[in-house]
Write a protein that binds this ligand. Sequence first.
Ligand SMILES: O=P(O)(O)OC[C@@]1(O)O[C@H](CO)[C@@H](O)[C@@H]1O
Length: 597
Amino acid sequence: MSKTSMQQTSPASATELNRDAEDYSTTPEFIYGGPFIKVDKPSPFLNVATPINLQLQGSFKKSFAYYSLKERMPVILTKVIDYVSREGSKIKSASGGTDDDLHSFIQYVSKLKNDLVTNKKYDLLTVDTPEAKRWNQWIESCDAQTYFMNTWVFTECYVYRRLREGCELIKGLANFDPFDEQKDQSFNNSMEPMCVVAEKLLTMLPESDKDKRKADFISLLKICLWSNKCDLSLSMGEQVTLKNEGVKTTPSRDVLDPFQMVLDLKDKVLVDDSAKIADLVVTRAESFAKAIEGNTSLKAKCSCNRLATSAGVPLCPQEEKPAEAPAPAEGEQPAELPPCPAKFTIPQDVMFDIVCDNSGYELFTDLCLAHFLIAQKVVQKVRFHVKAIPWFVSDVTPRDFKYVIGSCANGNYKREIPPEHKPEPAEGEAPAEPEPPRVISADSLRQLGGQWEKFVQDGVFEVLSDDFWTSPHVYKDMKRYDPDLYRKLQFATCVLFKGDLNYRKLLGEKNWNPMTGFEPALQGFMPAPVAALRTVKADLICGLPKGKADQLNTIDEKWMEKGDYGVIQVCAKCEPLKVSERPCPLYGDTCRGTVCQ
Ligand SMILES: O=P(O)(O)OC[C@@]1(O)O[C@H](CO)[C@@H](O)[C@@H]1O
């Protein structure tokens, strides 16, 4: 499509857009009948960084929240407009949309961007779905209802939810992902490091002794940590290819080895609980396995019940719909129902949960860790929690999950690395045998991708996409807003949260004293042992030793915004899995989790 036929709707006037969000507060008030009088309303903006123990928000002009809302997010929205303008024909043929659809979407995103930069009041969602209605309840219950005056996490999640609404409202764009091109490109740019990791992972899969297994588990946790640097939201859509800044090699022989990178970045890990995580997962998995083995009751026959699925009850693909059982006697439960899962106090499978972050290389490393845990028989199942809608540019959706596994299974990459140049032999010495070139290829990657496709088919890898993960809520409030999800997580040996946004939500978007412990910072969010792998990309953190934050601030006051440092943290303490207090939907109110009356 030619550009002319897709002229961008000019956004609000340059003056409007160039006005700093705070200008509005000092614009002269028009006093009816009188002259313009400059009214010095106190500006709601403070020229400070986020004060300790307050939540991150755009009103603190020296905070990363302010910079992100004022500079970074408008760039992300502009890139969406540019993508739709540039690739209109490709998008139309993929989505079935029309020129008018694309034009309407561009107008929608332009208005969203203008409302953001001028700190307007949130608009309610107009799409008519139960999930949107819940969003509108949350928007209306906010104390502050403008983009810069509410918590950063609420506004940021709101902007991505509105971006989704821009597609939902336009029939031809209902399934359009404005970030699909960037995510797919990011995957394709990471082929070589993935081939290197795939080759190494194959050597880690054969069952090994406890020490090697623990060492490999720790290595893979750190591979997963540093893969979080591949984040298109932070880079505002610029392609992020993994680089090991610390190591200079000759370009032609320059092979990025993520395992070497882990060693080189050792001092950048500010908290390293990786060994604790490895021990905790193995120990807890062993106790779950014993409990399941010994569980003679409550063998749920089928996971048709939602809560049963929470407990990790495997799908029973061959299950015929039970023949209509005779009507149960008065007050009896119908015979073919599985036992009420609300009574489960142990899972039906030994499971490890990963709350995913970015697609592409980061998801690839999550799959590697999951595969390792299955191959070493540490757990029987890994659940991947992904996002139901396009989120923070590069977060994983079910479509991305499928794309990454399929692209690994069909991976195509090969590069020969010339052997190191040998010095000329000394006088009279025979020349050294030339080393064979090192070949980096996708053979191992294809092998893994094929196995992962099978794991998905067999339910060993399960993908879930609860709406809660794309809500604006921090995790201490999960029990209140999604108790079913909270209970679902309780059946895991450990829940691993990936990335910075998850970390912000784990800490309640609060700028803690950096020496605050991880457990108190969770503020009671302990469905299971919670672990976090996070490269530091926002100005909040916890668990640091005394003086560490001051030392890093002295080196670079922006150290928390670049992803150069990482934390690996775990809270082993968790809420015991008790019989559910909530009636399960299938059994209705007769069942309060105790024996169904
Ligand atoms: O969760 P991720 O992908 O590691 O990072 C999310 C992120 O890019 O978005 C926010 C900035 O817009 C920050 O939390 C962080 O920089």
